[in-house]
Design a protein around this ligand. Structure first.
Ligand code: SF4
Ligand code: SF4
Length: 178
């Protein structure tokens, strides 16, 4: 059983729920009555009992902005929509998880896993570097060789302003390493 935690009221941000409610899909958050159907439906919760969508919604409603945006849990949602389909209050929980990720990303708080994926996309146009081993296997099967599409993806990343986030994240990482 988890240790009870003390919530410091002075660190709460009562406007956080309104900030989330304004994001696309976030508007229903104020209707949550904490029934727990979302948590009971969640496949991620089934394998990781620390992940709890009802708790994340509750933390947002309480105003625990920093804790939520710095939490790795907002990045664990598998966007399966099971919770959203079943919520009796019509809370768009999956969309709220995306909204939280977007708010966190705008503040440079992106889970390492996603940072690395974004960097790989920018560098190789794929989530992994293509090496000769991959192409050797494809040549054997007479399949066309894989090519890096890094340049095209880099253009897309620039157009969507992701490059700004990426360079900010990389310089933040560099500073932390120094
Ligand atoms: S299912 Fe809906 S109402 Fe119930 S706890 Fe989850 S978000 Fe709140
Ligand atoms: S959408 Fe996310 S929070 Fe909802 S049930 Fe699926 S994994 Fe869980």
């Amino acid at each position: 059983m988890e240790e009870p935690r003390v919530i410091e009221v002075s660190k709460l941000n009562p406007n956080f729920k309104y900030e989330v409610a304004k994001a696309p899909g976030g508007e229903g958050i104020l209707k949550c009555f904490a029934c727990g159907t979302c948590t009971a439906s969640c496949p991620v919760r089934a394998i990781n009992d620390k992940y709890n969508p009802r708790r994340i919604i509750h933390m947002v409603l309480l105003g625990m902005r920093e804790e939520v945006l710095n939490s790795e849990f907002i990045w664990l949602c598998a966007t399966c929509y099971a919770c959203q389909e079943r919520c009796p209050q019509g809370v768009r929980i999956t969309d709220i998880m995306c909204a939280l990720q977007n708010i966190a990303a705008r503040e440079g708080k992106v889970h390492n896993l996603y940072r690395n994926q974004l960097k790989a996309l920018a560098d190789f146009g794929r989530l992994y570097e293509i090496d000769d081993y991959d192409n050797k296997k494809r040549r054997k099967k007479e399949l066309p060789e894989l090519i890096s599409t890094g340049e095209e993806i880099t253009k897309l990343i620039e157009k969507t302003h992701l490059s700004k986030y990426l360079s900010e994240m990389m310089s933040k990482d560099k500073k932390e390493e120094e």
